[in-house]
Design a protein around this ligand. Structure first.
Ligand SMILES: [Zn+2]
Ligand SMILES: [Zn+2]
Length: 179
């Protein structure tokens, strides 16, 4: 995970806007988790955050945008996933004396309060990505036998002589017994 902590100690109650657009914020965990995502260079990811401290917590409203390229879950062709995901979350502040809460995105270091922007925008990215991205709802996928992309046309596997397990036998000449 990318270490990116935002000092939120002095943000007024009316809030403050931030924009994060370094693709490394997402590219690092994508690499670490071995995920197949790439970013469209024409639409690199951007996270816009409005951070507003409250009495016992901090309210974060934001939006994630950009375009991700990832293989279709059925046919493995490059598929463009547009990100346009608004989000809103409320993080409780650790009490004075506490460093951080168990799962918190906010930590206290001395008098300084910091928001885990790296963790936050990664969480939002994961939530925004479809579990099974598809190039289209009607994607026909790959033939399980020959691997042909069935969106480009059908194969002959369903015909009896197309069974690849029989391929080695296909060259044999069938001769009738002569007696
Ligand atoms: Zn597909
Ligand atoms: Zn086939």
């Amino acid at each position: 995970m990318t270490e990116l902590w935002l000092d939120i100690t002095d943000i007024p109650a009316t809030g403050r806007d931030f924009s994060f657009s370094d693709p490394a914020i997402w590219e690092e965990p994508i690499r670490d988790y071995g995920l197949p995502y790439r970013f469209d260079p024409e639409a690199l990811p951007v996270a816009e955050l409005a951070v507003a401290p409250q009495k016992d917590g901090v309210l974060v409203r934001g939006r994630l945008s950009g375009r991700v390229i990832t293989p279709c879950d059925r046919c493995a062709e490059d598929t463009m996933i547009p990100l346009d995901s608004p989000f809103e979350l409320y993080e409780e502040l650790p009490r004075p004396g506490e460093t951080s809460l168990e799962t918190a995105l906010v930590r206290r270091r001395g008098k300084v309060l910091e928001l885990d922007v790296g963790g936050l925008v990664w969480e939002q990215f994961v939530l925004a990505m479809p579990v099974k991205p598809l190039c289209s709802d009607g994607c026909l996928g790959l033939c399980p036998k020959c691997g042909r992309n069935l969106n480009a046309g059908s194969c002959t596997c369903d015909e009896p002589e197309g069974d690849p397990r029989l391929a080695p036998l296909r060259g044999l000449r069938v001769t009738k017994p002569t007696n």
